[in-house]
Design a protein around this ligand. Structure first.
Ligand code: AMP
Ligand code: ZN
Length: 136
């Protein structure tokens, strides 16, 4: 289903033009207008889902094969040295467009970008408690 007021619904379904680098029945991959690096692309499903939680399982299963295909093209054609996949869910996590999308960010030596976090130092007990919380 499409959502009327969603810009990525319109882009994914071709109602708003975009720099499309891949398209199939379910997805469109476009160049990000505010790229972190050369070739930064967004993999967007044509069907609306706010985020990963809302994404139907069948569609979720199709995301990574497409990402893999596009990643291979990026490596071959852009000669990138690496690739970050980033996928934000919820405002707290940095999501600004509330239609699921996977960032594909080619990386180049000395590209000056950072996709990092400050590592914590949990104790074994803390890790154990979290494991329990997630598995019980
Ligand atoms: P996020 O913060 O994960 O929701 O990412 C949203 C991304 O969409 C940002 O990297 C924006 O630069 C990008 N973006 C927003 N609007 C457009 C658009 N019309 N075409 C291409 N990229 C867009
Ligand atoms: Zn949408």
């Amino acid at each position: 289903m499409k959502k009327d007021d969603c810009i990525f619904c319109k882009i994914a379904n071709g109602e708003i033009p975009s720099k499309t680098v891949y398209e199939d029945e379910y997805f469109r991959v476009i160049l990000d207008l505010g790229p972190a690096t050369k070739g930064h692309a967004l993999l967007i499903p044509k069907e609306h889902a706010d985020n990963l939680y809302e994404l139907p399982e069948e569609l979720a299963a199709k995301v990574l094969p497409v990402a893999k295909k596009v990643a291979a093209g990026m490596r071959q054609k852009l000669q990138c040295d690496g690739l970050n996949l980033v996928q934000n869910n919820g405002e707290t996590a940095g999501q600004t467009v509330m239609h699921f999308h996977l960032h594909m960010i080619p990386r180049y030596e000395n590209d000056g970008q950072q996709i990092e976090w400050v590592p914590g130092k949990p104790s074994q007990e803390e890790l154990e408690a979290i494991k329990k919380q997630l598995t019980e």
